[in-house]
Design a protein around this ligand. Structure first.
Ligand code: HEM
Length: 485
């Protein structure tokens, strides 16, 4: 046993006399409730877990920075983007979506790409994925969608019938399903994938002029994917493969980096663009809106403590800084509520005071108290507003830009329903080998679906994207094409 001059203590700081033998009545016991060190030790252990994230539970994180390489301050007044060479510290978390905290890294799933910029105007979180689109485009469908990705309530098994039933009845998913079933569905490592903000956001400049913006983070390591057989083997033999790869690369000084680009759309184009720019199941053509370089993200420091930093990190699509605002995207709008609500439940009301989430900017507000208040809680300073004691006041220049709204308030469907062009374009971009692997993966994934009508319905969607796509999946499943296509 090693010797040290440090005493083991209880959590209240008192030295512990014996950490190997509980206190008993006589040498055989029973154990005495008087052994408060034992009670504390067992009780704290019972409380070591916080609820895992309801989605994206398995993840890996790292610290780094963002550096501006191209000044786009004509489009945004966000101060961390003002001027070439400006550096902002960051924390980043990558994740799978559907699996639990201990699940395998090398499964077919989108990967979360959650970025926290600790800017001088507060934290800016960009909570995206490694895909530019998503399966659905209205937040009201998210809980149902995720139910199909998670386990069956009775069997506690994954349920391919539910997955394909939902997708076949939600054809807006076709684009993302095609990406997921393609080679990109299983990245080789977390370093070898792109990242996207996915939604459209609004940038506002110092003069109050706005544009729509989309973010792309291109991996400088190159895109690499895992062959399915190797991925399955790793999922069994080395379930933390991606987590370990990221940690080791950074530990060895091989710092992964991404170049950040944006697409910028003038506000008025949103009225006439051939796809709804606020539909997160669609991309903007780079021919119409070319990529413009913005900066570079480098990850160069591992967390010191997984629980304190990665598990307790809270990213929210609603954490904006002046110059960056929401768009009317109906998924994004739902997310503006969902994340902060999840954080209050999962980590606690005061989650933003934890070191990993604490802004590097000065924080001044009138919130007080709540579970686990661990900072000065405002001390003796004034605790309400308005007040006559010189407390912090609002900054009118930080108000979001005003924008016009019109129309009837009602639950209304999107008026764009072309879910086939972009999915088909993607299929046509693939090489013959890539198409063959895509079809094989789709066929393998759909084979266990229990109802033939679900398979036929989904084949119809593939067919409408590209007749060859539909025909090949139908042939692989031994089914005929649906009638009336
Ligand atoms: C995590 C909800 C759509 C990316 C989460 C969490 C919730 C959630 C509740 C767990 C948060 C936590 O406990 O810290 C939703 C809802 C959505 C939605 C309601 C749709 C309305 C999306 C989309 C993307 C995305 C479209 C990407 C483009 C992520 C990522 C995480 C996450 C990356 C993990 C964040 C982290 O690393 O802590 N989501 N989500 N989600 N979501 Fe979503």
């Amino acid at each position: 046993m090693s010797t040290t001059d440090k005493n083991l203590t209880t959590s209240w700081g008192a030295p512990v006399g014996d950490n190997q033998n509980s206190m008993t009545a006589g040498s055989r016991g029973p154990t005495l409730i008087q052994d408060v060190h034992l009670l504390e030790k067992l009780a704290h252990f019972n409380r070591e877990r916080v609820p895992e994230r309801v989605v994206h539970a398995k993840g890996a994180g790292a610290h780094g920075h963002f550096e501006v390489t191209n000044d786009l301050s004509q489009y945004t007044k966000a101060s961390f983007l003002s001027g070439v060479g400006k550096r902002t510290p960051m924390f980043v978390r990558f994740s799978t979506v559907a699996g639990e905290l201990g699940s395998s890294d090398t499964v077919r799933d989108p990967r979360g790409f959650a970025l926290k910029f600790y800017t001088e105007e507060g934290n800016y979180d960009l909570v995206g994925n490694n895909t530019p689109v998503f399966f659905i485009r209205d937040a009201i469908k998210f809980p149902d969608f995720i139910h199909t990705q998670k386990r069956h309530p009775q069997t506690h098994l994954k349920n391919p019938t539910a997955v394909w039933d939902f997708w076949s009845l939600s054809p807006e998913s076709l684009h993302q399903v095609t990406i997921l079933m393609s080679d990109r569905g299983i990245p080789a490592t977390l370093r070898h994938m792109h990242g996207f903000g996915s939604h459209t956001f609004k940038w506002v400049n110092a003069a109050g002029q706005a544009v729509w913006v989309k973010y792309h983070f291109k991996t400088e390591q190159g895109v690499k994917n895992l062959d399915v057989t190797l991925a399955a083997k790793l999922a069994g033999e080395h379930p933390d493969y991606h987590t370990e790869d990221l940690f080791n690369a950074i530990d060895q000084g091989d710092f992964p980096a991404w170049t950040c680009y944006v697409q910028i759309m003038p506000l008025e184009d949103a009225d006439t663009y051939r796809f709804d720019p606020f539909d997160v199941t669609k991309v903007w053509s780079q021919k119409d809106y070319p990529l413009i370089e913005l900066g570079r993200m480098v990850l160069d420091r591992n967390p010191e403590n997984y629980f304190a930093e990665v598990e307790q990190a809270t990213f929210s699509p609603g954490a904006f800084v002046p110059g960056i605002e929401a768009s009317p995207d109906k998924m994004l709008q739902g997310r503006l509520f969902a994340y902060a609500d999840a954080h209050r439940y999962r980590v606690g009301t005061n989650h933003n005071t934890l070191p990993i989430n604490r802004p590097h900017a000065e924080v001044n507000h009138y919130q007080r108290d709540g579970q686990m208040t661990s900072d000065s809680n405002g001390g003796k300073s004034v605790y309400y507003e308005p007040n006559s004691f010189g407390g912090p006041t609002e900054a009118p220049q930080a108000k979001p830009a005003a924008f016009p709204v019109s129309g009837l308030a009602e639950s209304v469907a999107f008026d764009h329903s072309d879910h086939y062009t972009q999915a088909g374009d993607l299929y046509r971009l693939l090489s013959e080998e890539e198409r063959a692997r895509l079809v094989e993966t789709v066929v393998g994934a759909m084979t266990p679906v229990e109802k033939e009508e679900i398979k036929i319905r989904q084949i119809g969607h593939f067919y409408k994207a590209d007749p060859e796509y539909g025909q090949r999946v139908a042939a692989g499943l031994g089914l005929s094409l649906p009638e009336g296509l």
